[in-house]
Design a protein around this ligand. Sequence first.
Ligand code: GDP
Ligand code: IMO
Ligand code: MG
Length: 428
Amino acid sequence: MGIDLILGLQWGDEGKGKIVDVLTNKYDVVARFQGGPNAGHTLTFNGKKHVLHTIPSGIFHPNSLNLIGNGVVIDPITLKSEIDGLGSYNIDFYKKLLISKKAHIILPTHKILDEASEEAKGKLKIGSTLKGIGPTYMDKTGRNGIRVGDILDKDWKIKYLKLTKKHLDILKSYNPTKDYNLDKYEEKFFKSVESLKKLQLIDSEQFLLNSIQTGMKILGEGAQGSLLDIDFGTYPFVTSSTTTAAGACIGLGVAPNQIGEVFGIFKAYSTRVGSGPFPTELFDSVAEKMAKIGNEFGSTTGRARRCGWIDLVSLKYSVNINGVTKLIMMKGDVLSGFKKIKICTAYQVDGVEIDYFPFDINSNKVKPIYKELLGWDDDLTRIKNFSDLPKNFKSYISFLENMLEVPIEIVSVGPDRKQTIFKNENSL
Ligand code: GDP
Ligand code: IMO
Ligand code: MG
């Protein structure tokens, strides 16, 4: 099959970056298909940690090509600083990084609009990363956006000025007297656009078609998670793109019948950063322990992540919407030392038990119903083989597999590349 996908099944930060990096040696091309610098994908190897926001997580492998697809929104400033930050790695970005001419560009005013919109929402704010994601996708669907291919036109600044003026007019409705001092942002922005122009800007759907036809192996890298999907997430507390499997078709120009494996990634517990419903959220010492051991702080904003037990109702929903064929469980090591492990298997809404993800998920009335399993004390971080995992941890895995009806093929037991256990490497 043409392309496999890696997707987050929860509210993001499941560990997509780590797993894309681990699996890249099996692929020729790694392609990001949605989102933008709101993503923070962490890779750890040789004792060093790297956080990527726009660049696909296959970039460190010598033979991989890395594509930023048309569905991604690109902030030239972030992209430039990511490339500059990797200076010591001798990565040939002019050869290894490909960018779709159809990807939309985040302008300085998109970021200002994001902030103004959040501020105006007050208590109902989404908790956006304020990277300009929502306003940029709004201009895309409103047919006003500026695309990467546009910057190659010598007159593109006319388009830029027109759109910026429109944004400044909207900003006046938020605050008629505020001066946004655009000059400060624009100098850096235009410099970064010049750097972007020097990279390989291509018709990426054509490149992918050729790659598929010549038998190259492609891995689609998702950003965010299914519960942040613009349609199926906990709307309005979501991001502005299609984070689910269908988003890969839209965001890369690949036909649905070219999708092969859909790897669904989830944490052994749940986290969420930003506002919005989270039925299994905890506010006690268990949450504190998860946050501390799991180092649950946002990779993009540094904000503390909210923590709670695993939620199989929402996970099953994500598995179904994405057509997940193989599961990958991350951060199992963080649950070592808990006497009991709780698993949410149903919700109670208005006294009625339901086993599906309801429209009114935002209501405070959704209460999780838990099943309890025995915990384990062993340190998992040094274990290399599936058979050596503690019995109770294996029971936890089996329970989840039975409930989700999809096999868990990889178990991650630490942030490092090497702390990855394949149930059966030949099956991938
Ligand atoms: P992504 O956005 O899905 O790529 O995930 P993030 O990088 O934002 O967040 C995942 C965090 O968990 C990062 O700090 C990773 O280094 C870390 N991590 C990934 N897998 C594991 C694991 O199995 N165990 C532990 N303890 N940390 C992990
Ligand atoms: P990765 O790819 C976790 C959350 C924000 C906010 C909401 C909307 O690293 O998993 P936006 O910036 O899109 O306007 O924010 O979505 N969010 C993420 N949470 N991981 C991410 O990406 C996220 N990207 C956005 O916190 O609640
Ligand atoms: Mg992240």
